[in-house]
Design a protein around this ligand. Structure first.
Ligand SMILES: Nc1nc2c(c(=O)[nH]1)N[C@H]1C(S)=C(S)[C@@H](COP(=O)(O)OP(=O)(O)OC[C@H]3O[C@@H](n4cnc5c(N)ncnc54)[C@H](O)[C@@H]3O)O[C@H]1N2
Ligand code: MOO
Ligand SMILES: [Mg+2]
Length: 395
């Protein structure tokens, strides 16, 4: 199955089981969460016309070339009197423009005469240096839509509208399951044939960045009854995310458990790394089985599981930005699967790590992005490839 067809199907399934429960959180706790309802302004912003400069407010019609008397001084945070006819007001940035004034001149273009009256040295136009009421937003306007991830900018915007708390989508609960008899957690001694479990910490940290609630479901031995039992125990999560055990080996049981005992919806994509990616359900709980090779885990999480999770959270825009860039490498042999090579930009061209084995996680630590080579494509240096910055998919 082509990657985009699989993604389309995953997103449809995610949209049919969105996380509908919501909770109200103070702004300080809402960082990283997804907005559950549109944010509508209850204010005009700014609430009144205010000065963009330190200088003088005046009524342009009062300026004949003769110096004007200063009738009041207005600081930010004050409520001014209406401007007395034939005068100007000293005003500072952010202070309300007094009724009657239609122009602010910056002090650099003003001269204070010996009698304290102010002469303006440059031509002025109506409205200059005044930030009008409601220039940013007006009462009733929608400023953020449901499904928006709340980062520092969105939270700042909500604060500027006076919101102290927001309705956000409940966290998606994800169980992370590492399968493999060979796996040992870091800190333990390695026995013969054993390797350290790197997928667990990779996925748990990544899921936290996506603001999921992570349930660490530990290491599962390569055993069919144990696989069934563990899957059945994880009935209270929104997603089971496992690694390994999805290929065709005699110790690969995750796919078998889904096929025999649950539902197997997707298996085998035209993607490299990541071919045996698996999606299904076990007793109603969605299961994504990522291939165990660390680079396969990374690529399939970035391109398939991440968008699925974002859509469950209600996020609309789920696919990462992809840039077209010239290749700084040749690719003479066309593959039948779409490849996502670990690469980086050097001198305006995409270059790739020397070893693209799906077992080499170091390739991704070196990389700044995933370089996309299409099915059947050969490349000479300078040909166009897709480049997805890792920063696009990590959060
Ligand atoms: N005859 C075939 N063999 C394989 C095929 C195939 O089409 N025909 N596909 C290959 C591809 S492609 C991939 S990818 C792997 C996927 O295998 P599994 O998902 O079944 O994963 P495992 O066999 O359990 O492990 C693969 C590899 O990854 C290491 N691993 C697993 N989990 C972890 C972990 N948590 N941390 C670090 N490393 C892990 C494991 O030791 C293996 O080396 O299948 C190919 N085979
Ligand atoms: O798909 Mo596998 O990830 O090629 O190594
Ligand atoms: Mg296997």
């Amino acid at each position: 199955m082509a990657v985009e067809v699989a993604l389309e199907r995953l997103l449809e399934m995610a949209a049919s089981t969105p996380i509908v429960q919501r909770e109200r959180l103070p702004l300080a706790e809402a960082s990283g969460r997804v907005l559950a309802e549109d944010l509508v302004s209850t204010l005009d912003l700014p609430p009144w016309p205010n000065s963009a400069m330190d200088g003088y407010a005046l009524r342009l019609a009062d300026w004949s070339g003769e110096p004007l008397v200063v009738s009041q001084r207005i600081f930010a945070g004050q409520a001014p009197e209406p401007l007395a006819a034939g005068t100007c007001a000293r005003i500072f940035t952010g202070a309300p423009v007094p009724a009657g004034a239609d122009c602010v001149e910056m002090q650099e273009n003003a001269v204070v005469e010996s009698d304290q009256r102010v002469r303006f040295t440059e031509p002025m136009v109506s409205g200059q240096n005044i930030r009008p009421q409601g220039q940013e937003t007006t009462v009733g306007e929608q400023v953020l839509s449901a499904g928006t991830r709340l980062g520092p900018i969105e939270l700042g915007l909500a604060a500027s509208l006076g919101c102290a708390s927001l309705d956000v989508v409940r966290k998606v609960r994800v169980a992370v399951l590492s399968t493999g008899d060979e796996l040992v957690e870091p800190g333990q001694p390695l026995g013969p044939g054993q390797i350290y479990n790197s997928n667990r910490v990779l996925l748990c940290g990544w899921l936290q960045r996506l603001d999921c609630e992570v349930v660490d479901a530990g290491i599962l031995p390569d055993d069919l009854p144990a696989t069934r039992e563990r899957l059945a125990q994880l009935s209270d999560v929104d997603l089971i995310l496992s690694t390994g055990g999805v290929s065709v080996g005699e110790a690969d049981f995750l796919g078998i458990a889904l096929r025999e005992d649950g539902e197997l919806t997707l298996w085998k994509l035209a993607i490299k790394p990541g071919k045996p990616l698996t999606f299904g359900h076990y007793r109603g709980v969605p299961v994504i089985g990522l291939p165990g090779n660390p680079a396969s885990t990374l690529v399939t999480f970035a391109l398939l599981a991440r968008p699925y999770l974002l859509r469950r959270q209600g996020v609309q825009s789920v696919t990462p930005l992809k840039f077209k860039v010239p290749a700084g490498f040749a690719w003479p042999k066309a593959g039948s699967r779409r490849e996502y090579l670990r690469g980086r930009m050097e001198n305006g061209r995409a270059v790739i790590y020397r070893n693209q084995s799906s077992g080499v996680l170091r390739s991704a630590a070196w990389a700044e992005g995933l370089v996309e080579v299409l099915e059947g494509q050969t490349l000479v240096e300078g040909d166009e490839v897709g480049f997805i910055p890792l920063s696009e998919v990590l959060g």
